[in-house]
Design a protein around this ligand. Structure first.
Ligand code: SF4
Length: 361
């Protein structure tokens, strides 16, 4: 008599054959994977693809830090516990000297990448960012600036009355290296529920396409756990896959669940089971994105460690600072040696990388 696992494997046999043959999976295939109960089967298929793409058993990580240059923002996303509306007593803009001191500290620790993000501050126009990035690069030439979400860049262009293209060129020429994905869920029906004032899907796609054309690469991200359907998660994934076919500009994919504590939206955290399933389906569907990064900041280091066998090949960043997630109550900061230990304990070799996934050690 067939075991439960064998019966589930049989029901996904045609998809497993496609994976073994290296064929692209369709939307329907992805939906069936999401609805499958056999997490171990999904993990083993995802792991197969991961081993094919990264046969060396290396798991990379980045020594980096987050810098939130301002928390002032008028957009009031319902999932965000970080922002303060303009005029609020707790609103701040970090002095440039403080930002530079943080960069110097990072360089001293052997890191290179700053993830610099903030709110949509009505007074910070293109000139502020050009000066800031030039000052950072002149004080710390080795720093890689990975920064500004698509919403921030669209807004900077808007209030500076310049085109998106001009804005990106000026940011790039001032020192912006790469852009974080920050796409939440690229489905307008979901965006309307969680962040009605944020830019819509088409604007995100347009910005990423323009940035990639100008040589500014980016990550792609997906936040799930809003009560969306599996079909909506796949819609998001396939939009990213399509743009990657066209531009080849995405360096990595990072997915994590919405962290509800302290937010207007509230609700329950998605389960660890869901994270592993989401990770495995990501590896199987996103066949043109080489690097899949863990989000230990939101999922916890141990679940991130297990996810290395569900398709991930990167442990993310040391995150010397994490202000956007930590106000929600999620606050994991990890020493470099602990990241190495977790990777080794899972049977992989830890290696330090830069933003573009070049090995540094
Ligand atoms: S997520 Fe970003 S855009 Fe939305 S409220 Fe928070 S800081 Fe503002």
């Amino acid at each position: 008599m067939a075991t439960l696992t064998q019966r589930h494997a049989a029901s996904l046999a045609d998809i497993a054959e496609k994976v073994w043959a290296g064929e692209r999976l369709s939307f329907e295939d992805g939906l069936r994977l999401f609805h499958a109960d056999d997490l171990l089967l999904l993990g083993s298929l995802a792991n197969l693809v991961r081993q094919r793409q990264h046969p060396n058993r290396i798991v990379t990580f980045n020594i980096g830090r987050n810098i939130n240059y301002t928390n002032v923002c008028w957009v009031r996303c319902k999932f965000c516990a970080f922002y303060r509306v303009p005029g609020h007593a707790e609103g701040y803009i970090l002095p440039t000297e403080t930002i530079i001191a943080k960069c110097q500290e990072l360089l001293a620790l052997g890191g290179k990448e700053i993830l610099i993000q903030g709110g949509l501050h009505p007074k910070l126009k293109i000139g502020y960012f050009e000066r800031l990035f030039r000052d950072i690069k002149s004080a710390c030439p080795a720093i890689d600036i990975h920064g500004l979400s698509s919403s921030e860049i669209n807004y900077i262009a808007h209030i500076s009355r310049i085109s998106l293209e001009e804005c990106l060129i000026r940011l790039r020429d001032a020192g912006l290296n790469t852009i974080p994905g920050a796409g939440e869920m690229l489905v307008d029906a979901v965006r309307e529920q969680i962040a009605p004032l944020k830019e819509k899907t088409a604007a995100w796609i347009h910005l990423m396409r323009t940035a990639h054309r100008l040589g500014i690469r980016s990550s792609a991200t997906m936040v799930y756990g809003w009560g969306e359907t599996y079909a909506q998660r796949l819609e998001h994934m396939l939009r990213v896959r399509e743009l990657q076919d066209e531009m080849r500009g995405f360096t990595a994919w990072i997915t994590w669940s919405f962290q509800p504590d302290g937010t207007e939206l509230g609700g329950k955290k998605a389960s660890g089971w869901d994270y592993l399933k989401n990770t495995a389906v990501s590896r199987l569907v996103l066949d043109n994105i080489e690097n899949l990064q863990a989000s230990w900041v939101t999922q916890g280091p141990r679940l991130a460690q297990i996810a290395l066998d569900y398709g991930l090949n990167d442990f993310g960043s040391t995150m010397l600072e994490e202000n956007v997630v930590s106000p929600t109550g999620t606050n994991f900061l990890m020493p470099i040696e602990e990241i190495r230990r977790l990777i080794r304990a899972a049977g992989y070799e830890p290696r330090v990388r830069d933003t573009l996934y070049h090995l540094l050690d």
